[in-house]
Design a protein around this ligand. Structure first.
Ligand SMILES: Nc1ncnc2c1ncn2[C@@H]1O[C@H](COP(=O)(O)OP(=O)(O)OP(=O)(O)O)[C@@H](O)[C@H]1O
Length: 232
């Protein structure tokens, strides 16, 4: 894999995380603490509405503070980040639908992810993008319009863009959910290989036990009753 995705040497730690929907007396998530080591994928499972996406939003910095009361420490790379704006957290997130800018070429979408402060030289930036595409089996896709890509290709480009932004932790919110079975397995292996290669600390939200098994079977279950948080 390309040198544009350097190895990370810090993990992700949540400490005493509690989240309540405003106006509700019972917490959605209460006293959740967990530690994800570099290269490890911890799976978050639980019924619809149990707070899986809300948990990821809190870690990523997207939580709607008008709707939720939340507290608890989030550490990435050895630093507290829960008070920082999302763009300063070094946390990448992938959603169920790959999101690419439709008016930009594949290369421009990827260049968007690449930190300008780190790579100022235009040719170097282009070559990092080309190397990243080649590492994903997409050599020569630089000038393609995202609309012409298959679902699996879009998913790969979206992951590459996230990785090029140099995250230290990766949040995966059902990123395989809409792919058909063969593609799902293929993309899952692709994502997990990058998590391990780049030594990212990853949280995976999924409803599929096969994802949890492929991720290494470390499962945190958010139950209907938040006082019954259990580690399988
Ligand atoms: N903006 C909001 N305002 C008020 N309540 C919200 C808001 N967003 C989510 N919720 C509530 O928070 C709870 C947790 O939602 P969340 O989306 O985190 O669940 P989930 O476990 O990810 O569900 P699913 O598996 O269906 O995606 C739900 O009861 C939901 O209705």
């Amino acid at each position: 894999m390309t040198g544009a995705f350097p190895r990370r040497c810090h993990g992700l730690v949540l400490d005493g995380l509690s989240i309540t929907v405003k106006g509700h007396s019972r917490a959605l998530i209460e006293g959740l603490s967990l530690s994800v080591t570099p290269g490890q994928i911890v799976t978050i499972m639980g019924p619809s509405g149990s707070g899986k996406s809300t948990l990821l939003s809190y870690v990523a910095g997207f939580l709607d503070r008008n709707a939720f009361v939340a507290n608890g420490a989030v550490m990435v790379g050895g630093e507290r980040i829960e008070e920082r704006p999302a763009e300063e957290r070094h946390v990448g997130i992938l959603f169920q639908d790959p999101v690419l800018f439709p008016h930009l070429s594949v290369a421009s979408n990827l260049l968007f992810g690449l930190p300008r402060v780190k790579w100022r030289d235009r040719h170097k930036r282009r070559s990092i993008v080309s190397d990243a595409l080649a590492s994903a089996g997409l050599a020569g896709f630089e000038e393609r319009d995202p609309a012409t890509l298959s679902g699996g290709q879009k998913a790969r480009v979206t992951l590459l863009r996230t990785l090029l932004s140099q995250p230290q932790a990766l949040l995966l919110d059902e990123p395989f959910g809409k792919l058909d079975a063969a593609l799902r397995e293929d993309f899952r292996s692709f994502v997990f290989a990058h998590v391990r290669e780049c030594q990212l600390a990853a949280l995976l939200v999924t409803h599929d036990p096969a994802d949890a098994e492929a991720a290494g079977q470390i499962v945190i279950r958010l139950d209907d009753d938040p006082t019954r948080l259990s580690k399988l």
